[in-house]
Design a protein around this ligand. Structure first.
Ligand SMILES: NC(=O)c1ccc[n+]([C@@H]2O[C@H](COP(=O)([O-])OP(=O)(O)OC[C@H]3O[C@@H](n4cnc5c(N)ncnc54)[C@H](OP(=O)(O)O)[C@@H]3O)[C@@H](O)[C@H]2O)c1
Length: 348
């Protein structure tokens, strides 16, 4: 057991939800405020945050939300996956200096009562931030989408939207490893260059500059066998039009709709019948029991350099709201994190 640490120099701060958005949020939805230095009670753990994860689902948590998925409380901290370092522990499962992750407040330092929901990060995973991205639940999401639900086989044509994002960059590499021809769509020419060079994509297009039907006709001349949907809306409709008979559509997310006030529907759903398409929505938490096996496989790929993962890091807690809004708008290349304190050296 370690003793509570001495007071750090920088006063503690946090980001709270100041108001619920209607449609697109802006920075007035958030407030940076001072907060008390946490005390380490019996069985508690104090964590210094290092990286905050910025994910599309956070937009939904800013709404009041249904009873099965309630939103963040007003004037209370935003919570997301956070990687940090234990700075004090009165819990025998954690020692000062451990790297940990959990769903934690957006705060420089937090108390984790009884260490509940906190996970020690295995050094074998590599850089600790990977525990909440390539080596964690987002990695498992891409794996489940491509391999288990997409059932990608050699020779398949796989189309993946938001190809340069967290899920997209991993899904592209998994689909290529499975022997598929992999096509991606992205929102900028820089992202297109990135996915073609680093994320396993054979071809792709910038959906903001090119008509989706023209691009899919040209890049998927034999049709789409698997579409991993991260975007929904017009992208899903285009994928339906270019799908083959018997295509699989793992539905991972629909970010194009997260800021819309009304559900404008999906056109072309009758194609599910005529093309016998299997469309499967999924939530990665239903697959959490597969995480350890996934991590074992993925540690080898990312550790050996066979696969790569790109992080887009913004610095400073105060920047977190703008960084989240920017990610929703498409600014981030790869996995967006906010680094709020000094990171440890990256293992070679
Ligand atoms: N089912 C699950 O368990 C699960 C788990 C994790 C994530 N997800 C979902 O998976 C999807 C990807 O998540 P992620 O964490 O990897 O996010 P991400 O792709 O890293 O980031 C979001 C990206 O979405 C793209 N985008 C935003 N608005 C768009 C629009 N109107 N049309 C097309 N693209 C748009 C932007 O890229 P461009 O510049 O390319 O437009 C943006 O960078 C999201 O829908 C998320 O909700 C689901």
């Amino acid at each position: 057991m370690t003793q509570p640490h001495t007071a750090p120099h920088e006063p503690n701060q946090r980001i709270v939800l100041a108001r619920r958005p209607s449609g697109w949020p802006d920075e007035s939805c958030f407030r940076l405020e001072s907060c008390p230095e946490p005390d380490c009670g019996p069985q508690d753990v104090l964590v210094q945050a290092i990286w905050l994860s910025l994910d599309p689902y956070l937009r939904g948590r800013m709404n009041e939300g249904p009873s099965y998925a309630p939103g963040f409380a007003l004037d209370r901290p935003i919570v997301s996956r956070v990687v940090g370092r234990v700075i004090a522990s009165r819990n025998e499962r954690f020692r000062e200096g451990d790297f940990v992750w959990g769903f934690l407040d957006w705060s420089l330092r937090v108390r984790v009562p009884r260490g509940e929901g906190l996970h020690r990060i295995d050094p074998a995973l590599g850089k600790p931030s990977l525990a909440i991205s390539a080596m964690g639940m987002p990695g498992l999401t891409a794996w489940v989408g491509v391999v288990e639900l997409g059932k990608v086989s050699p020779g398949d044509t796989v189309y993946i939207s938001s190809a340069a994002g967290t899920i997209g960059q991993l899904a592209g590499q998994f689909a290529r490893q499975a022997g598929a021809r992999v096509i991606g769509s992205v929102g900028s020419d820089d992202k297109l260059d990135f996915v073609l060079r680093h994320c396993g994509y054979h071809a792709g297009f910038n959906y903001k500059r090119q008509d989706m039907d023209d691009a899919l006709r040209e890049l998927c001349p034999n049709g789409i066998d698997v579409y991993l949907d991260n975007v929904g809306g017009a992208t899903l409709e285009a994928a339906l039009r270019h799908a083959n008979v018997g295509a699989r559509f793992p539905i991972c997310g629909m970010i194009s709709r997260y800021n819309e006030l009304e559900d404008s529907g999906v056109k072309g759903m009758q194609l599910l019948v005529s093309k016998r398409i299997t469309m499967t929505g999924f939530i990665v938490y239903d697959h959490v029991h597969k995480l350890a096996a996934y991590q074992q496989r993925a540690a080898a790929w990312f550790g050996s350099g066979e696969m790569r993962f790109h992080e887009d890091i913004v610095h400073g807690l105060a920047q977190a709201p703008a960084a989240l809004l920017g990610m929703l708008r498409g600014e981030a290349m790869g996995k967006r994190l906010v680094q709020v304190s000094t990171a440890p050296p990256t293992p070679a």
